[in-house]
Design a protein around this ligand. Structure first.
Ligand SMILES: Cc1ncc(COP(=O)(O)O)c(C=O)c1O
Length: 349
């Protein structure tokens, strides 16, 4: 793939910001280069030095976990940052287009709107799978990005792998993004292993879900080294703070926590689904490979309002096309799920 053809020329030719820390590698020395405070910090722990702009230590561990070379990893302030940077490096307002497959994660559309980029929406089919023929006929010479999300938010299901391959095979004049935010809850293998075969592929993952680090903000984009270099060129120089880097390094060692929390969430999800299956006012419980489940209820809006009044906060998707009458419920702790079940049966009593 000739990357240069699909990247905006001003980004391809950009001379990036050169940070003070780019000029000297090493921790020992008298650092008078970055206008930092030499005394320390207004906190107990010291944060007075700028962090590693390329987060080498984190990437070294991730490379090992994901079986992927360091130069194919970009770290963002949440995967939302990677989505925004990708749009900014590939799409010119008034010219280029993005394809999304609703119902799906809302930030693809919001990020496109912020950047003033046109969208084509090719809805998922009624069973929430890709309409491959629809995507293929929407592709034109101005299409730069196709966003696919698997397991998909808010529907919870994985997209059929063969359909994803069909999209990858039919679109090589721009980039295909596969958002795997929920992959840790699924038995489906990641598409990271396909990066060599498909240079136009970008895989997004995040530490916000299975690793339990939503507040820290760390998302990953895995892609061809040439594309990763572009991400690094246009990102804010220190996009991942020192505190985040320190805690993430610790979290990546704790495989046991991830394993246990995924196990518990899966068990709780099955339990919730089983108990709800006997609730007669439920129209459909959609299959889920994520840490949430989409459920179609009778009187969904009223139920949602009632749950809020009982301080049980769920995600109302009743106004989302193809999710009419549905509420998305994140799997909570066992007593939280039990409380939710009780409140649902109180509402329908
Ligand atoms: C599909 C999907 N992608 C990305 C994100 C955002 O992840 P992050 O917290 O890393 O920005 C979410 C958050 O809910 C999501 O559902």
């Amino acid at each position: 793939m000739n990357f240069e053809s699909y990247i905006l020329p001003h980004i391809w030719n950009l001379k990036p910001y050169s940070s003070a820390r780019d000029e000297f590698k090493g921790n020992e020395g008298v650092f008078l280069d970055a206008n930092e405070n030499p005394i320390g910090s207004a906190t107990e722990e010291s944060w007075n030095r700028y962090p590693d702009p390329l987060q080498y230590d984190i990437k070294t561990i991730l490379a090992d976990i994901k079986h992927c070379p360091i130069d194919q990893i970009f770290l963002g302030n949440g995967s939302d940052e990677a989505i925004d940077l990708l749009i900014r490096m590939t799409c010119q307002p008034g010219q280029h287009e993005i394809i999304i497959c609703p119902p799906t994660y809302g930030m693809y559309e919001v990020s496109a709107s912020i950047n003033n980029i046109s969208l084509q929406r090719i809805n998922l089919t009624l069973d929430y799978q890709l309409d491959v023929a629809g995507i293929q006929s929407a592709i034109n010479q101005n299409t730069r990005l196709i966003f696919l999300c698997s397991p998909n938010n808010p529907t919870g299901n994985k997209l059929n792998r063969s359909a994803i391959y069909e999209v990858l095979q039919s679109f090589q004049t721009g980039f295909v993004v596969i958002d795997e935010a929920y992959i840790d809850f699924s038995d489906e293998p990641s598409f990271i292993s396909e990066l060599k075969a498909y240079p136009q592929l970008i895989v997004l993952q995040t530490l916000s879900k299975a690793y339990g680090l939503a507040s820290l903000r760390l998302g990953m984009a895995y892609a061809a080294p040439k594309l990763i270099q572009l991400f690094n060129k246009i990102k804010p120089p220190y996009n991942i703070g020192g505190a985040t880097q320190k805690i993430v390094l610790e979290a990546l060692q704790n495989k046991e926590f991830v394993k246990k929390s995924v196990e518990l969430i899966k068990i709780e999800k099955e339990n919730l689904i089983l108990k709800l299956a006997s609730q007669k006012d439920i129209i459909q419980i959609f299959p889920s490979e994520a840490n949430f489940v989409l459920i179609k209820f009778n009187q969904a809006q009223e139920l949602f309002d009632y749950l809020i009044s009982q301080k049980v906060i769920t995600r109302n998707r009743t106004n989302v096309s193809l999710c009419e009458g549905s509420i998305r419920i994140t799997i909570g702790l066992p007593d939280e799920n039990a409380y939710l079940l009780k409140k649902i049966s109180d509402f329908y009593a």
